[in-house]
Ligand binder design. Sequence first.
Ligand code: CP
Length: 326
Amino acid sequence: MQTNLRGRDFISDLDFSKEEVETVMEVAFDLKRKRALGEPHAYLRDKVLAMLFFFTSTRTRGSFEAGMAQLGGHGAFIDSETTQISHGDTAKEIGEIFGRYFDGIAIRQCDWQFGNKYENEVAAASRVPVLNMQCDIYHPFQCLADLMTIFEKKGRDLRRKKMVVSWAYAASYSKPISVPQSLILQMTRFGMDVVLAHPPEFKLMPDIVQQAQDNAKKYGTGFEIVHDMDEAFKDADIVYPKSWGPLVTTTDKNEGKALTEKYKSWITDARRMKLAKEDAIYMHCLPADRNLEVTDEVIDGPQSVVYDEAENRLHAQKAVMALTMG
Ligand code: CP
């Protein structure tokens, strides 16, 4: 168990070592148990977390805000539109000033080729931990909740379990690439053989893919990329199909839309689920484009664990907040 997390930022999945993530998991399960038993666990009494959002949210806002209250503190929701950021407050000023008011600064800034840079600039100027509620590159808290859910459903020994991280078609908007990138970075450290599936134009950032390959080598796991959803699903233990934009290929909206429309067949339906193992689980971070990314039958069916995943956001985030802000 590694306990040296106080004061640390959590912006990239790999900011915490594997052992540190294991510590987060132990604390998260303890906090989940305490909440189920109604045991008080006010580890952050009188502490306040700034929750700065540049983008909409259901789960992230709800779980961070509830989590801070359950830990005895307060989560201050700040919509960037209501601040003076558009009138000139720089990242350095936000880090300096919020770092003096608050005990932690959580940020969601997903703008492509900007969000991660912004969060790191705030962190460089802040005297308190900066927590990444999703940027253009990573969604590390989603991934911790996903890991916790996989431990619950598949056990702690995940060696040789096949996890598929797949692109899926959606029509709503060009979704960030942060979830699949976090998944391939973190899950390759935890025993699973990770298969990344996407149409050729929907590749992830080359340096992230390289880090996933390096992890797989270091931890003796598998990592491969395929361009066929059916091939990926064969004999899978865990499937995590979701949409993301072709941002690495093009930032032109019309071109991106045209590319996306080529791949309407990339849906998770009952036929495709049958290619996976009988006890395979279906995961999605939500929100999903229902009946485009995934059929109602699958997402509402017995193999779906999406609500447990959403719940585990709360417990995993409380663990990181208690360990870093305490
Ligand atoms: N999964 C997730 O981050 O959900 P929200 O966008 O609703 O916060």
